[in-house]
Design a protein around this ligand. Structure first.
Ligand code: ZN
Length: 312
């Protein structure tokens, strides 16, 4: 594929239907790709068999269609690519960059230090002599700093040892870790820019370290503000965010465009998804996306009282 063509992606986990927060991410990554005349690809992150369900994958695809977000190419289903992840794991192991970790959840909770993106592993299993029969595998991160320029969050830096710590590349149940699978996928799909929520900034540092060690290309990164409720909690399946109603697709898109500070004209309220997405394609301005990590739902146009909605 040509190197100068923009390729973006949206990568939901099929653990439930999309909600307004996931639509915000899907829409922004779609518009970034379309504005650049590039491709918008889908990936289904279904490696975790406990959380993932095929019926959720079909629900997600139907929700995207209802919101007029049409993707290019066949969606990449992670569970179809386990051999690719296994060979990346082998490559790291042969480089001497992996070690087994036998820490229990209780020990990790006790010994991990708080970091800017979550708990930082202590490194206690780095010196294990024997290879245990049952263990997770961690990446031995070299010392130094990890820095990148984020489209919306500006320059971001972490110290690898203090802020990130050695992270899991294969879980104790044998499932390849999210970070490793993700870098293999970005490379396989030729992704040039990753647009996703600011809750994944910590993952971007880990993935950039992995890409360098595996000799993979590094896409650009653009982290969107997270939609949070009035109490400051992220909209998520865990927090029981309401599933996106396809019957309200136009209204959902209007709210997301408002959250992205694209100021859709009020006359568009109540229009169909096709009309909203077409307007957004013509008028998308990435410079207007809020340069902050969190956005309260209460800052969006009132969602309960929209007299024009459904009126056409
Ligand atoms: Zn350990």
């Amino acid at each position: 594929m040509p190197q100068n063509i923009y390729r973006g992606r949206f990568a939901p986990t099929p653990s439930g239907p999309l909600h307004l927060g996931s639509l915000l991410t899907a829409l922004a990554s779609y518009l970034q790709a379309r504005a650049a005349g590039g491709a918008w690809l889908l990936r289904i992150d279904d490696l975790d068999a406990v959380r993932s369900r095929p019926e959720h994958t079909s629900t997600i695809l139907r929700q995207l269609e209802a919101h007029a977000l049409w993707w290019d190419e066949t969606p990449r289903i992670q569970s179809d690519h386990r051999t690719e992840y296994a060979s990346a794991f082998e490559q790291l192991r042969k480089l001497g960059l992996l070690y087994p970790c036998t820490c229990t959840r209780a020990r990790l909770a006790r010994e991990s230090a708080p970091g800017p993106d979550g708990p930082v592993y202590s490194g206690r299993c780095r010196g294990l002599q024997a290879i245990p029969s049952r263990a997770a595998w961690r990446l031995r991160l070299p010392p130094g700093t990890e820095t990148f320029e984020d489209r919306w969050q500006g320059q971001l830096t972490r110290d690898r040892e203090r802020d990130i710590g050695d992270f899991i590349v294969k879980r104790v149940d044998g499932v390849i870790g999210y970070q490793l699978a993700c870098v293999v996928d970005e490379a396989a799909q030729g992704i040039t820019e990753v647009v996703r929520g600011a809750d994944l900034i910590g993952s971007s540092f880990r993935q950039r370290a992995l890409q360098r060690l595996l000799g993979l290309p590094q896409p650009a990164y653009a982290h969107l503000p997270l939609l949070v409720d009035a109490g400051g909690r992220k909209l998520s399946k865990q927090n029981h965010a309401a599933p996106l109603a396809s019957a309200r697709a136009g209204e959902n898109l209007y709210l997301c465009l408002s959250a992205l500070n694209q100021t859709p004209p009020v006359e568009l309220r109540g229009e169909t998804a096709q009309v909203l997405v077409e307007w957004a394609r013509q008028n998308w301005n990435a410079e207007r996306v809020p340069h902050r990590a969190r956005l309260r739902m209460t800052e969006l146009p009132d969602q309960t009282d929209s007299p024009t909605f459904g009126g056409r």
